[in-house]
Write a protein that binds this ligand. Sequence first.
Ligand code: PLP
Length: 477
Amino acid sequence: MKYVSTRGQSPAQSFTEILLGGLAPDGGLYLPETYPRFSREDLAAMAAMDYRQLAFAILSRLVDDMPGADLRALVDKTYTAQVYSHGRPDSDFSQITPLRKLEDGLFILELSNGPTLAFKDMAMQLLGNLFEYALDKAGQDINILGATSGDTGSAAEYAMRGKHNVRVFMLSPAQGMTPFQQAQMYSLQDPNIFNIAVRGVFDDCQDIVKNVSNDLEFKAKYRIGAVNSINWGRIAAQVIYYFKAYFAVAGSGGGEVSFCVPSGNFGNVCAGHIARMMGLPIRKLVVATNENDVLDEFFRSGVYRPRTAAQTLHTSSPSMDISKASNFERFIADLVGRDSAKVAALWKQVDGGAGFDLKAEGLMDRVKEFGFESGSSSHADRVATIRMAWEKYRTMIDTHTADGLKVGLAHREPGVPMICLETALPAKFEETIREALNLRPERPAGLEDLESLPRRVETMDPDTAAIQAYIARHADD
Ligand SMILES: *Cc1c(COP(=O)(O)O)cnc(C)c1O
């Protein structure tokens, strides 16, 4: 099985060939040529597997060019109770992604027990090990350049810290992240991690990354790479926990379950879509947005109308303050039956600052066949849901998970379990928790004094040339 671009103009590649890159050369995103499918018998046999066994069973179908024993070793090294042990003290960390029952038919899937307390650790920790393996094999090194508004940057840094042949240059807005998020990143002392606080906002950081990526000479000379949310390895790793959660709820009986997923770049829920395409009996995939409701608008109306940075609101679920969902193209490619000319035409409109309307093309019935529904949530909803979860279920949830729970509750059906994905722990978003509950969320052991640790961060102007010079100075450290 090979990987092909959604836009059809790039040669097919193998898993490790696309691992270190980002977009396909034609501007599209990589997808498996065809999805491997698990039969009912396969699924019945997988029901009793632990996380590592499941991870191997799934990834070995998606990784076409690595010896099985090597893949198994990387999976076993990644998905340990020790790596994923930072969550609520009463969780069973041996499950890696423990399932929390709120009431009959309603569950929260804990995905935030990794080192940075957000679901991005689920994939990023594996990616760190895959990168190190692939670079060692190829005798290469890489300088990862990224921009973060909080969770992606810290997950990448904690996954890549101390890895040989990898350096991380992470741009973050000097103001805009929570104090916890800042401290989490800037306190890292590893010599291969470079924090750059940019005097500006997230979009300034993003623009610099784009400028550097467009400087092909610089990019080649300094071996610039990325770990952004379009990376296929991240999506592949996220498929695993849909299976794990499914079996935890449905066992080997083959019944259907629904998922509700807090969404921004459409990475997490895209993995759910792929799990479904691989044969997992998922009834509904409910996309939950905050006030930045581009995706909700699409699933309700068929109109995809990305907004500009200036039109993007700053909300109390900031990791979902996204108005152009970078992974959405993957789903649309499946929706149009992998008609790559069609995808290319649609994204020509998107890249030109417009959008598209699939209702007019009669494609919205197909969206339903893929199980998608959606809803959105506001700050007031978030606060009320955090309060409700605390009072009714004695479970403290973060603002993003609250968006998911609010929307998930509205889409429940009798007899179909609803699994809401937790995407971060409340400790990361203290301010809103205080507003909702008048309580300070509990912090995982060892993180009590995070803000007082010494920091390793360079503060710079949003000046691409200056940042390129900084990278050049440190790229061979
Ligand atoms: C990244 C993130 C999201 C959004 O996930 P996507 O894959 O971009 O849809 C939601 N919640 C939190 C806490 C995140 O860090």
